[in-house]
Design a protein around this ligand. Structure first.
Ligand SMILES: [Zn+2]
Length: 124
């Protein structure tokens, strides 16, 4: 099974004292990475097959999906850890917030608070 881990991160804003948040990470074992890679490959090739009947656009979509399948599959295969999201409190207005992370995103990073739209920095 995929292993879920949590790491403490700091949520900073320019004016207020910083708050703490929790970064949720999922670790995938090799067998799970292969399954995830096969799933994205299958999905892309299904997209290629599905776009064959679309007139004109299929000249772009079919080769696009055929190439995207192995590319995204390879990326997934090498993705041992995936950063899911950060949950914590906004340092500006003290509301509970949840910030979704892209799997490839690294900390520290600047983003906007989903509750008050102020700039906040996430630091490990
Ligand atoms: Zn906020």
């Amino acid at each position: 099974m995929a292993e879920k881990k949590e790491r403490i991160v700091q949520i900073k804003s320019e004016e207020e004292p910083h708050g703490e948040g929790v970064l949720h990470i999922t670790h995938y074992k090799k067998s799970e990475r292969i399954k995830r890679a096969a799933a994205v490959l299958g999905l892309c090739w299904l997209g290629a097959a599905g776009s064959i009947p679309i007139v004109i656009a299929h000249w772009v979509l079919v080769p696009g999906f055929l190439i995207a399948g192995p590319v995204f599959g390879y990326i997934r295969l090498n993705q041992a850890t995936v950063k899911e999201h950060i949950s914590g409190r906004c340092p500006v207005n003290d509301k509970d917030i949840k910030i979704d992370m892209e799997p490839s995103e690294e900390l520290p990073k600047w983003t906007y608070c989903p509750a008050c739209n102020k700039a906040i920095q996430l630091i490990e």
